[in-house]
Design a protein around this ligand. Sequence first.
Ligand code: ATP
Ligand code: MG
Length: 403
Amino acid sequence: MKLITLPSEFQKALPILKKIKEAGYQAYFVGGGVRDILLERPIHDVDIATSSYPEETKTIFPRTVDIGIEHGTVLVLENGEEYEITTFRTEDIYVDYRRPSQVSFVRSLEEDLKRRDFTVNALALDEEGQIIDKFNGLEDLKNKKLRAVGRAKERFEEDALRIMRGFRFAASLNFEIEEATFAAMCSHAPLLEKISIERSFIEFDKLLSSPFWRNGLEKLIEAKAYNYLPGLLNKKQELRALISQLKSDFQFHSSEQAWANLILDLKITNVKHFLKVWKTSKDFQKKVLSIVDLYHIRLKRSYSRLDIYQFGKEVADLTELLRQAKALETDFTAIEKLDKELVIHDKHEIVVNGSYLIKELHLQPGPKLGLLLKKIEAAIVEGSLLNQMEAIKAFTIKELENE
Ligand code: ATP
Ligand code: MG
């Protein structure tokens, strides 16, 4: 198969292939980018594979960065763009089902394609627009089938993350999984326990954020893979509920929203702990927790101005969108209105601070002052106190008298 026109991202990268070839090596576009051209999907990355070894690649281009030399990857900076150029390689020795303990560089494209996960990800494209298809990836692409390259069982034994990637691609591409591949995903699912949680998180997160997340999650449930993921042991019913309780065309608006929904459906009480086990960042934990907290508040009452101030409009909108997907009553106008009414959006916008009160009113620093500042903040947000020096001073004196 030959492509007549290449997307502009690839057109722009053609001189890179040409330069490598002029230096006497082979070079091809590979990976998800090639698959996505054929599926007419948006292109994320233009990855290049070459027969030149990293040290050789570095002599071809004036500006390079060593980003993963041990895996054979060199970052090349050309025409204001960045390209990852990776030496053809095989991954031959796996000791613990995780990462190859040794990477061998090779001079053959076919060897490199052989170690890739799925046939649709094992296509290469040369500078003439010719597709190199050693494993019938084109046919699988046409039939929307995800098929492991080579013997599925061996491939999942080498790197069990490929099982998670399989569910993830079912979710992003809306593909079916070929029978033998799926059977191997089921039988080898227990190996997921050996995978680093960070890597599993990336794939599960991408799955949930994909347009066809239902397809990916259904396959993950069917394979019983949840039993080998953190906090999901025996959670079949809850994960099923996750699919059935959301409107059939609903897609998550953010990764945080997806995880908040997962937590709500799993009825997890210690949210922080669950997200810690998944080794997520503090910032991520905070964002997910705000959606979960606000969701619970909203089950009891409508939003207040203070809610919008504390959680922010974005979190409130994400929460309300979840309610909408669950066919609960919604009020986006209230969020909009309350947000517009806010006279401050951050405590630093208050015209006085702790040290001012200490100086002016001879107060002592400490928890009491902290509480007082919180009261001032809430009163300003709720509209019962003006954000003015004199008004705040009077409010403070009155509060102290009432103690
Ligand atoms: P996306 O569009 O989401 O980036 P992708 O197919 O480009 O999908 P990447 O994770 O970016 O996926 O990996 C790039 C390519 O590297 C894949 O297409 C595949 O050929 C290969 N690959 C990545 N991870 C693995 C793995 N664990 N085992 C085998 N091959 C892999
Ligand atoms: Mg990619």
